[in-house]
Design a protein around this ligand. Structure first.
Ligand SMILES: Cc1cc2nc3c(=O)[nH]c(=O)nc-3n(C[C@H](O)[C@H](O)[C@H](O)COP(=O)(O)OP(=O)(O)OC[C@H]3O[C@@H](n4cnc5c(N)ncnc54)[C@H](O)[C@@H]3O)c2cc1C
Length: 317
């Protein structure tokens, strides 16, 4: 079922969902199941599975470094299929512009269609680690909006090369990313919102936000999006802060602000176990306020370990 249908069927009740990251290549899927199992009692109607960009690997050979390109966490679509089958839940594979040609994207979408996956999250992806700016690969998309357009074309039965006669259409529900504190490359929040509107106009059905720690930022973003003519569900993404280093890392990587009260609480912690507890308590307060405001879904970034998301969900669902 589509994410938007789950939201409609909930009749205003806030749903619970979360995002997982595929294990590193060579690791068992069992560790993923071990982290999903404790969250299934909260009845997530869908689970997101991220996709990682390719990266360079340097292998020493005869005293020289040989550069290879690899994906350290492959398997997004396979994991979606495995999870759907094991837990009877809808899954949302993240589909990236970065590192994929349009043809590769088409093959991936065809796989999703055959597997009965009806939702995809369309994302540009970040620049590769050694690059300052995002660059599309030859034959790839530069912006998420173009990827949304390709998925919508498939929904109309239009494949990349129109000599192909298609008698079946896909019916993907498309999610896109939104940034309450603006995307780090955008010159202003207003410009970023216009870009978000372009993704909706290209056919996106709902938005999931970047993490934020101050609900006011989300509420203002939703209002500003409405003023821009964006009328699709905007799902808040919540990340429980987990280690002291997040105080520097999250603002640096995602260009988001952390509230003073949260910083003060984390700074008084003696170890990361205490930080994890502060992160859980903060996320519970955030989630309660968002739930009271009637958000469609509370979507958690679980980052591999689910004990903190379970502690939060236990208070809300
Ligand atoms: C909910 C969520 C899930 C995510 N999942 C993943 C994941 O699984 N894997 C991963 O690698 N990353 C993921 N990301 C990160 C995401 O890929 C990065 O934030 C990326 O830098 C931007 O992606 P986007 O889809 O928002 O890009 P876009 O919507 O293409 O926007 C990127 C930037 O370009 C600007 N822009 C858009 N259109 C134009 C235009 N026509 N001209 C000029 N500027 C323009 C926008 O304002 C923005 O600054 C996720 C982010 C979120 C919020």
């Amino acid at each position: 079922m589509k994410v938007t249908d789950h939201i409609k069927n909930a009749n205003g009740k806030t749903l619970f969902s979360f995002e997982i990251i595929p294990p590193k290549k060579g690791n068992s899927i069992q560790q993923l199941y071990n982290n999903i199992d404790p969250l299934m009692e909260f009845n997530p109607p869908f689970i997101d599975v991220t996709t990682s960009r390719e990266e360079y690997l340097y292998i020493e050979k005869d005293g020289l470094l040989d550069r290879k390109i690899t994906r350290m966490r492959p398997g997004t679509v396979g994991i979606c299929a495995a999870i759907s089958h094991k837990y009877n839940v809808d899954t949302v594979p993240h589909v990236l512009c970065g590192g994929f040609t349009k043809e590769e994207t088409e093959y991936l979408l065809v796989d999703c269609h055959y597997l009965g996956i009806h939702n995809v999250m369309a994302l540009r992806g970040d620049a590769m680690k050694h690059e300052q700016y995002f660059k599309a690969c030859d034959g790839g998309h530069q912006f998420a909006k173009e990827l949304v357009g390709q998925i919508q074309n498939l929904n109309k039965g239009q494949y990349l090369h129109d000599v192909i006669e298609a008698d079946g259409k896909s019916d993907f529900c498309i999610g896109v990313a939104g940034y309450p504190e603006k995307h780090l490359e955008a010159p202003s929040l207003k410009t970023d919102l216009k870009r978000l509107k372009e993704k909706i106009d290209a056919g996106a059905d709902y938005v999931v936000t970047q993490m934020f720690f101050d609900n006011q930022k989300y509420f203002e973003f939703v209002e500003a999006a409405k003023a821009e003519g964006i009328n699709v569900p905007i799902i808040p993404g919540i990340k429980p802060l987990a280690v002291k280093r997040h105080l520097q890392l999250l603002p640096q990587v995602f260009k988001i602000d952390l509230p003073e009260d949260l910083i003060d609480a984390v700074e008084t912690c003696k170890n990361n176990q205490q930080v994890r507890q502060v992160g859980v308590e903060w996320a519970i307060q955030q989630s309660k306020e968002l739930q009271a405001a009637g958000v469609p879904v509370l979507h958690y970034y679980s980052m591999g370990k689910s004990d903190n998301v379970k502690a939060i969900a236990s208070e809300l669902f």
